[in-house]
Design a protein around this ligand. Structure first.
Ligand SMILES: [Zn+2]
Length: 284
């Protein structure tokens, strides 16, 4: 069952990326120099489409009135991503084929044999790899090196020589919103709640980007951070969605259909602000 579902979604994904390439939405980047996995150009149709989607998304959230658009550098000092936990934790488990040295994500190799391999520890991945002995996607061999954690950030040096400072290409846009908090707070006259939003590039040195546009090494991100005072009373207006029943998954009852205000009142959505953002996201 798991195997059949994985194959079905895999072939749909391939048909979809094939169509996007033929019609000039996305194109493998640098192809005349052999190409580079996980990097794509947005072609004549894709470039325009991407900008329009970005703008519609920005307009949707800026219309709230207390959300400001910012734009932060993609090159980020080491200390910022150390503080956020990315230096220590932002990694995937990889293994190398003993026959051809090609590296793969351990969980991807086990996708067909475990319902949620992403949740497995390094030890569990090692054990399952030995039992399943999946084929190497490059050469078909089935002998794998021990699993190791690989940090996904591209590192770089900011500045030259001894004065150079360690840094990374940002793996997400969120840090800019957090490090800009003091100036955002001043901009909003020191009153919560408010939000900051940005669209831009993010970078992750994926171990083996094989899933079309889903796992890229450079990609577009769109993030919003919303800052609230948890002790302040909430007055979210849910009337716009009073007639609409949302598909929700409740911890106790599984899949249910409920209006967003009823879900907040019942504690199924644990915070009014989260409920409000679920509804706003649904509208987009
Ligand atoms: Zn191999």
């Amino acid at each position: 069952m798991v195997r059949a579902m994985a194959e079905e979604s895999g072939s749909r994904l391939e048909r979809m990326s094939g169509m996007l390439k033929r019609r000039g939405f996305i194109l493998p980047a640098f192809e005349i120099h052999g190409g580079s996995k996980g990097l794509y150009d947005f072609g004549p149709n894709g470039g325009r489409l991407r900008n329009r989607v970005n703008q519609i998304w920005l307009d949707h959230w800026i219309s709230l009135g207390n959300v400001a658009e910012i734009s932060c550098p993609t090159i980020t000092p080491y200390e910022v991503l150390e503080a956020s936990g990315h230096v220590g934790e932002f990694s995937d488990f990889m293994t190398a084929c003993l026959a051809c040295d090609d590296v793969s994500r351990a969980d991807t190799l086990l996708e067909k044999d475990h319902p949620n391999p992403d949740s497995l520890s390094k030890l569990e991945l090692n054990d399952l790899l030995k039992v399943v002995q999946p084929e190497c996607p490059s050469c078909g061999s089935n002998q794998w090196a021990p699993v190791i954690a690989q940090n996904l950030m591209f590192n770089t040096t900011i500045g030259a020589g001894n004065s150079g400072r360690a840094g990374f290409l940002r793996p997400e846009t969120a840090q800019g919103m957090f490090t800009s908090f003091p100036s955002l707070y001043r901009h909003f006259r020191e009153k919560l709640p408010f939000g900051a939003i940005q669209v831009g590039k993010g970078y992750r040195n994926e171990i083996s980007p094989r899933q079309g546009m889903i796992r890229l090494r450079e990609f577009n991100m769109a993030e919003l951070e919303y800052f609230i005072d948890p002790e302040m009373p909430l007055d979210h207006d849910f009337t716009k969605w009073s007639e609409y029943e949302f598909n929700l998954i409740s911890e106790a009852k599984g899949e249910i259909k409920l209006s967003i205000s009823a879900a907040v009142d019942a504690g199924i959505v644990r915070h009014g602000t989260v409920g409000y953002f679920i509804a706003m996201t649904h509208d987009f």
